[in-house]
Structure formats: C-alpha cells, structure tokens
Design a protein around this ligand. Structure first.
Ligand code: PLP
Length: 296
C-alpha cells in the first residue's frame, strides 16, 4: 500500500492520471518502449538522449529515427518520413544531462500535434528543479497538457537515493503493469526507500493545510517553498524576528524583493524536517500571528 500511495502522490505532483514505480529510472526507460511500441510503430529520439533511453529503444522493435540534437528541422523531416508507420513517439530528455540544455518542448509538441505523434520526456534532471512548482520542463514551458509520458527518478532532486517512475495516462500505466519487463521481472523499491520519498512530497501539504486552517494565506500549491502572505512589510519583518526567537528560521521579504503590498515570510520545507517540526512551526506562526494582529 505504501508503493501505491507513492504512485498516487507522484501522479498528483505531475498532474497526470497514474504512475508506476520502478527500482530506477534506468529501468523505467528500459521498460517503456518495448511495452508500448510494435514493429508497426516509430520512435524518434534526440541524438544526445540519456544512455538509458538509448538502451530502452534498442530493446524495442519499432522503426528507429535519431534526430540531430534539438534540431527541429531534422525532427520534422524524420516525422514526415515516419508518417507511414502506425504510431509515432518522440523521445527526449527534458533537461540534457551532459550539456545542461533544455529541450525545445513547445516546438516539439507543435510538431507532434502536426504529425500526430506522442511526446515522451525523461525528466531526471528537471523534476524538482524546473518550472514554478518544480514539476519539470513541461511546466516550465507551459506544455503540461501536451506531453503524454514522463519518466523520472527519485534519486536526484526528490531525495538522493534510488527509484524511478513513469507517469501518464491510466491506460498506459495499466499496460506497463502487464507488459513492462523491468517492472514484472524485478523487485520493486524497498519499502524503506518508498517511505523516504513519500515524506518530502507530503510535508509541504501538511504545512500548507495546517497554516490555511489556522487562518493564514499561503501562496502557490503543493510546493515546498511556502510563502506566508502578510502584505505589510513591517509585519513580515517583526513576525520573522519573533519566529527566530522561537528557534525557527524563516525569512521576511518585502519591496523591492517582492511587489509593494505583497510582503511575506518565505518558509522552505525540506526532507530533513519531521512532522513534529512542521507542527511546531505552525504553532509558532499562530502565536506570533495573534501577537502581531495577523490573525484574530
Ligand atoms: N535518465 C537521465 C537523463 C539520467 O540522468 C539518469 C541518471 O543519471 C537516468 C535516466 C537514470 O536514473 P536512475 O539513476 O534513477 O536509474
């Protein structure tokens, strides 16, 4: 049940229908292409894609096209050629691991729409880093509704240990549970590792929901950066100082760092915090807020 719970949280984080866990993203990449594509289909892959995508594609029997790194003219030419196949899948790293450049996903999605292709992104170097809420390259570039499949790792921004996943439409995830060989023929993530990851994804939700219930307004959604919106610059400064006096280090921001009238205290939740830390922080905010008139 903890694995299912984590899959649900991952899907919610990426705003997708479902997710499936693997022991690593290397496994997720090794499993997806062979499970999804047949000899009647085509896969179009950026030449600098990660080794695990390359290996995953090697394992499938689809027709293979390799387009020049982030070269949209070349991708378009290959998509035109691939029209003769039943299904087309464009596969790219969201953020490229060796060069640090970011795939032109808007253009890729436009081409995919024009040539009736699906888009797959490997988000190992983007999940937790890119986009206003850390959801990744698709969030950064405003194409969350255009990218069909995301593979990513739990071993980078989300915690630093191990684990990978695919998230996307439910029928695809159902198919992977039946057909993906690294999922079927290998152990899943150890429960202790699953426990580690569930925690950082739920801590910000705990803080946000408790603070909202206490009467505060928290900007954003789900993300571990939780700005407590206060409006008044002096109020933000004195409250942050009082929080520090209670042993809680949070930072007050006011104009010109943020717009006039939008002063706030920025709270940053991290994986080293415990549930008790979160609860103590909310209690301290409530006390300090009442003292300075931010709460009734
Ligand atoms: N894809 C990319 C782009 C990566 O950089 C990595 C890891 O380095 C992987 C996949 C494999 O991820 P994992 O370590 O979870 O197997």
């Amino acid at each position: 049940s903890i694995h299912k719970d984590l899959e649900e949280k991952i899907a919610r984080f990426h705003q997708r229908e479902d997710a499936i866990l693997y022991a690593s993203c290397f496994d997720a990449n090794a499993g997806i292409f062979e499970a999804l594509l047949t000899p009647e289909d085509a896969v179009l892959s950026d030449e600098l894609n990660h080794a695990s995508i390359i290996d995953g594609i090697r394992l499938c029997k689809a027709n293979k096209y390799r387009y020049k790194h982030m070269d949209m003219q070349d991708l378009e030419a290959k998509l035109q050629d691939a029209q003769k196949h039943r299904l087309r899948l464009v596969a790219t790293d969201g953020a490229f691991s060796m060069d640090g450049d970011i795939a032109p996903l808007r253009e890729i999605c436009q081409l995919a729409e024009k040539y009736n292709a699906l888009v797959f992104i490997d988000e190992c170097h983007a999940t937790g880093f890119l986009g206003p809420n850390g959801r990744g390259t698709d969030e950064l570039l405003g194409v969350m509704d255009k990218v069909t499949i995301i593979n990513s790792t739990l071993g980078k921004a989300l915690g630093g240990a191990a684990g990978g996943y695919t998230t996307g439409p439910k029928p695809l995830i159902d198919l992977l549970r039946q057909r993906s060989r690294p999922y079927l023929f290998s152990n899943s993530l150890p429960p202790a590792v699953v426990g580690c990851f569930t925690h950082p994804l739920v801590l910000p939700i705990r803080f946000r929901s408790k603070m909202t219930a206490a009467g505060f307004t928290i900007s954003g959604k789900d993300h571990p950066i939780c700005p407590v919106m206060l409006g008044d610059a002096r109020l933000a400064a004195v409250m942050a100082e009082d929080m520090l006096n209670r042993g809680i280090y949070v930072i007050g921001f006011s104009y010109p760092v943020v717009p006039k009238g939008k002063a706030r205290i920025r709270v940053q939740i991290s994986a080293v915090h415990s549930d008790e830390d979160i609860d103590r922080c909310v209690e301290a905010f409530t006390e300090v807020g009442r003292k300075h008139g931010a709460l009734p």
